[in-house]
Design a protein. Sequence first.
Length: 171
Amino acid sequence: MAQFVVNAQRFDPYKNFKFRVKWDGRYVAGVSKVSALKRTTEVVKHREGGDPSSSRKSPGRTEFEAITLERGVTHDREFEDWAGRVWTVGNALGAEMSLKNFRKDIILELYNEAGQLAVAYKVYRCWVSEYQAQADLDGNANAVLIQHVKLENEGWERDTDVVEPSETVLG
């Protein structure tokens, strides 16, 4: 397990705009938004037979919410190719897709203002449950055309090998 090093000069939390997403050992181009990492554990209520006035609570199943990645539309086909591993147009009886390699582990890296890796999360066994090739088209708009993938996953954890970077103190 990694040793935690405290950066005595940093009191401010990290910003949410410096991040990168990695899968298959390389960074995914142009990701501009990633939804929150969230897990929820069910509450199981139960009572003891001799105590009719109150119930006890214990943890039940834990669920991990899907993660949505957004980026501007380019010629890069990473989102489309991954989404196509689950379903492709023209699939008919006897021509179904193989689900081999439709899952990926991804890494979400967060950086400090100096561009140093500060925090990372490993997200396990992701697969594309929703793919949007492009957003609505609007002749009156002045915006980037966005595509997104919704990734189901089987859990995530903070990468404890990533230690807090030491930041230079100016002065």
